[in-house]
Design a protein around this ligand. Structure first.
Ligand code: BGC
Ligand code: CA
Length: 288
């Protein structure tokens, strides 16, 4: 009778193959074989222990398989998580790079604005400095001017203490209190170091009208009828003749001297006979 015994199980050493044992006689009890001895019916306890070991081994293998499965699930989960994290990280990186580019662009724009503002500030500073300097010069000029006026007034009081002289725009003017012919009037002015007034601006014309008198002025056409000249020999250019004046040549009335007649109007001059008696106005030009 042949009996197969798993030596591995019996010996407790894994890897040992099943041995075949031959039983000499059929009557021979299989339990006489020491290898099978442990399977003897009266020793049923230890045989059961081997089966238990087999079950334990199976359970261990199952546990190991389960652990392997869990490990694999864990690894797959980790791999998925890592992949997801990696994608998110890449997206974040892309966003950060875009933000960085935008910020860099913004920074460049701000830098340009800053440079422009600095340039503008410098220009304003230059303008301010220039205006400041101009203001200083202006104040200085005004102060100089005030001093000149005061000096002039002092000088005028020293040289022309008597009443009757008035200062206007670089000249002194004398208004007579008596009436004379044009020629006598001119002589009086010359005796005062002056001459009959020469009117060469609108301002001067307005100034002369302010006295509200009929006055001889330094204008005549005695030399040549119709050619009006000032007492300094210059030809009349800008005139303030009243309407329809001068008219002496029209009626052959020998109206060869000029007067301020209608002083209320800007155009107030009239040509009239030089032999009438009128007030007069002298002008003395002051040296600059
Ligand atoms: C005329 C003047 C003239 C004057 C002579 C006036 O009526 O308008 O042109 O010179 O008379 O007295
Ligand atoms: Ca006239």
């Amino acid at each position: 009778m042949d009996v197969y015994v798993n030596e591995e199980e019996l010996s407790g050493y894994p890897g040992k193959r099943i041995k075949r044992m031959s039983l000499g006689k059929s009557s021979e009890s299989i339990y006489d074989n020491p290898m099978i001895h442990s399977l003897e019916p009266d020793r049923i306890g230890p045989a059961r222990s081997v089966a238990g070991d087999v079950r334990k081994g199976s359970r261990r293998a199952a546990v190991v398989c389960l652990l392997c499965l869990l490990l694999m699930i864990g690894l797959i989960t980790l791999s998925c998580l890592f992949s997801k994290g990696n994608t998110e990280w890449k997206m974040k990186m892309a966003q950060l790079q875009t933000s960085y580019k935008n910020l860099t662009k913004e920074q460049d724009q701000l830098q340009t604005s800053y440079n422009n503002l600095v340039e503008e500030r410098d220009q304003l500073q230059s303008s301010y400095n220039f205006l400041n300097e101009a203001q200083v010069q202006l104040h200085k000029g005004a102060a100089d001017m005030t001093k000149k006026i005061q000096d002039l007034q002092t000088k005028l009081q020293e040289h022309y203490p008597q009443h009757g002289w008035t200062y206007f725009s670089g000249s002194l003017y004398y208004i007579s209190s008596t009436e004379k012919t044009w020629e006598e009037s001119r002589l009086d002015c010359q005796q005062r170091g002056a001459d009959l007034v020469i009117i060469n601006s609108k301002e001067e014309q307005d100034f002369v009208r302010r006295f509200q008198k009929l006055l001889w002025i330094g204008l005549t056409d005695r030399e040549t009828e119709g050619t009006w000249k000032w007492v300094d020999g210059t030809l009349l250019t800008t005139s303030y003749w009243a309407p329809r004046e001068p008219n002496g040549h029209i009626f052959h009335r020998h109206e060869d001297c000029a007067e301020i007649q209608n002083y209320k109007a800007e155009k107030s001059w009239n040509d009239i006979s030089c032999y009438g008696k009128k007030f007069w106005i002298c002008e003395k030009t002051l040296p600059p």
